[in-house]
Design a protein. Structure first.
Length: 669
């Protein structure tokens, strides 16, 4: 229900309503872009926060005093939160905008002009691109009737995108560079005529999340108005940041919303067919979601595991026939059926743990993983006895094969993506800076410290065609030449400095780099954080970047020590249990470490200025055999974070293991 008196309605051009939930840094970037886009129009911004726990409310109050903030003490859902904003909005147009979006300077003026010129338009959607410049097909959609949904669910729309029958879900047969009348808009950007929305009602609060945009779009059509797609206005939508769409829960919630829509708008046989198809689709898409997640996360490792096993089998066959059993005989069948799969798994697990699947690829894990695998297997087989001794030569050759295979596969990936087969341990992420004259200097002052991996700033594209005094970097070219520059200099990441660089120009460059596999981050105005589709580098990370414990590689080493150390101590607990000062608490703590709930070694007390750690069973004071001392322990914690190596954990564990569960130096958080 509208709470404002009639005389206050439509007194300004636009009311922008943003529902936020735990995406503070995306929200800040969104609001900065909205500020720039509303300079020439009368607009108000309403942020409805659904009980975020990341400080979003405080950020809005401190940095955007002009924004109207509705601070909910619970999460009532997307629809209800938007209706809270609609209830107090004064604009003649309403815009429902996701917080994980960036609008261009002319986005709102273009939409305003189009709607004023088309009185038959009830609602408007625009061209959306993701953080890599790729067009998002949900920018324009058709009504998900049973057959349209069937074609989408079972992949026919993807197989025949230009077909007017099969490609109707995302209207892929319509040119995305032209304006069109469409049926369904995206909830990430819904521009609506306020008078119409107050006539047909706000969002249906039956939809907690998902489906409400389809329902609203359809009700606009039922009211006799039209929905349009505007191609010459654009936004970035970091799809999935405000609501992660890769989970099984998303599949379930989204299709449940489709059932609500069908029950509301369809009838008879049509409704029953639609609901049956949706329920089938839930299981089908859930299976696809599981397969996709397994394939994207573990597919490379699974493929290499198959290659390693195949290579090991070939080595075994050669060794068996030409070296070991020249005069007849074979290895026992359990060697191929049991030991070889176990050896393969160990090689792949070690490669994974040491970071061989992290990018940029590094040389050390590719050599160290197979070597440690060989040492481990050789040691275990020696300890077990002569029954397994037959395998050492094969394992040694398999370790060499694994190393060569890992080097070759990553070299081929580098060749395809960067044009360079070779890489070394000292390889850096190659970065290009794009921005204005004043901003480049300030960004350079903290950029290298903020990144969690080594980087090399290759050069700069300056919109002013020159660089500040004292900046010793190459000026590589103009913004319109960015695609050629990225390919020539093998750039892996582009950082756009948005204070002086127009957002529209960023959009142009993002779209021009499609297909080059280049990451992108934007430095919003008046902030020292970088926002991108895969990662936000926050101010806290800038403060902790100089601590070795903040580096991903060191944290992997710490997890490895935690897992192996806790496992060994638990295995030996029946023998050493009575040596602990508090055996019951020690066993409980070690079990929590094995489950990833605690660390073996942590801080003596929580410290906000240090890289975050879970509670530790021990701290560096145990390495010295001291009790907690408020004058000494904070310095030890700082030293531990700044100079961390995995040997510190091993040494602390060796000296203080009897204190696990309680003892000298222990101080609970």
């Amino acid at each position: 229900m509208i709470t404002l008196p009639p005389e206050n309605l439509g007194v300004i051009d636009l009311s922008i309503i943003i529902v936020n939930y735990n995406v503070k840094h995306f929200l800040e970037q969104c609001l900065r872009s909205v500020q720039r886009a509303t300079v020439d129009i009368q607009a108000e911004v309403i942020v409805v926060d659904n009980n975020s726990q990341d400080g979003s409310q405080q950020m809005v109050r401190e940095k955007f005093a002009e924004v109207i903030l509705i601070d909910n003490q619970d999460n009532p859902g997307f629809s209800k939160a938007n209706n809270q904003g609609i209830d107090i909005a004064k604009g003649r147009y309403l815009l429902l905008l996701n917080p994980d979006t960036v609008v261009a300077e002319d986005t709102f003026t273009r939409c305003l002009t189009f709607m004023d010129q088309h009185p038959d338009a009830g609602a408007l959607g625009i061209k959306m691109i993701d953080g890599y410049g790729k067009f998002l097909p949900e920018s324009k959609r058709a009504l998900p009737t049973p057959w349209v949904s069937f074609y989408k669910i079972f992949g026919l729309s993807a197989l025949f995108p230009q077909s007017k029958r099969f490609g109707k879900y995302h209207l892929t047969f319509l040119d995305k560079e032209e304006n069109h009348e469409i049926e369904i808009l995206s909830g990430a950007f819904m521009w609506m005529r306020a008078s119409l929305i107050r006539e047909i009602g706000g969002l249906d609060e039956t939809f907690f999340m998902y489906g409400e945009d389809i329902d609203m779009s359809y009700r606009v059509i039922l009211a006799g108005m039209k929905n349009y797609y505007l191609s010459d206005a654009r936004i970035i939508h970091y799809k999935g940041e405000s609501t992660k769409t890769g989970s099984l829960n998303y599949v379930k919630v989204f299709y449940q919303a489709m059932i609500i829509f069908a029950k509301k708008h369809f009838g008879g046989t049509r409704k029953r067919f639609f609901i049956a198809a949706i329920r089938l689709a839930v299981y089908f898409r859930a299976l696809l979601a599981v397969l996709y997640r397994v394939t994207t996360r573990y597919g490379f490792a699974l493929l290499e595991g198959l290659i390693v096993y195949t290579g090991m089998y070939g080595i075994k066959a050669y060794w068996e026939h030409y070296i070991r059993f020249i005069e007849g005989g074979t290895y026992p069948p359990e060697f191929s059926q049991l030991y070889m799969p176990a050896y393969t798994l160990l090689f792949i697990v070690l490669l994974w743990t040491l970071g061989a699947y992290k990018r940029p690829f590094r040389l050390r894990p590719l050599v160290l993983g197979p070597f440690l695998g060989f040492i481990t297997i050789a040691t275990v087989t020696y300890m077990v006895g002569p029954i397994q001794n037959f395998s050492r030569a094969i394992v040694g050759l398999s370790a060499v094969f694994t190393m060569i295979m890992a080097l070759a596969t990553r070299g081929l990936i580098n060749q395809r993506q960067r044009g360079n087969f070779f890489f070394t341990e000292q390889s850096h992420r190659r970065i290009l800076l794009v921005g204005g004259l004043k901003e480049i200097q300030s960004v350079l002052s903290w950029l290298s410290a903020s990144y969690p991996y080594p980087l090399q700033v290759v050069g700069v594209i300056s919109t002013t065609n020159n660089l500040p005094d004292g900046v010793e970097l190459n000026l590589l070219g103009r913004p319109e030449e960015i695609r050629q520059i990225v390919r020539l200099y093998q750039i892996e990441e582009v950082v756009y400095c948005n204070a002086q660089l127009p957002t529209n120009q960023i959009f142009d460059m993002l779209e021009s780099l499609q297909g080059l596999n280049v990451d992108a981050k934007i430095v919003p105005p008046d902030t020292e954080s970088l926002v991108g589709p895969q990662q936000i580098l926050q101010p806290f990370q800038l403060a902790t970047a100089n601590y070795l414990l903040a580096q991903p590689e060191q944290r992997r080493h710490k997890r490895w020590v935690d897992g192996l150390g806790a496992f060994l101590l638990l295995v030996t607990f029946p023998i050493l249990g009575l040596a602990y000062r508090q055996p019951a608490k020690a066993f409980q703590g070690l079990w929590q470490v094995l489950r990833g709930k605690k660390h073996l070694v942590g801080y003596s007390k929580p410290a906000s200025h240090l890289p975050p750690l879970k509670e530790g069973l021990l701290n560096l004071a145990h390495r010295l055999g001291k009790a907690y001392d408020p004058n000494i322990s904070p310095a030890l914690d700082d030293f531990y974070a700044r100079e961390y190596t995995w040997t510190m954990d091993v040494d602390t564990l060796f000296n203080g293991w009897r204190s696990i569960g309680g003892g000298h130096g222990r101080n609970k958080a």
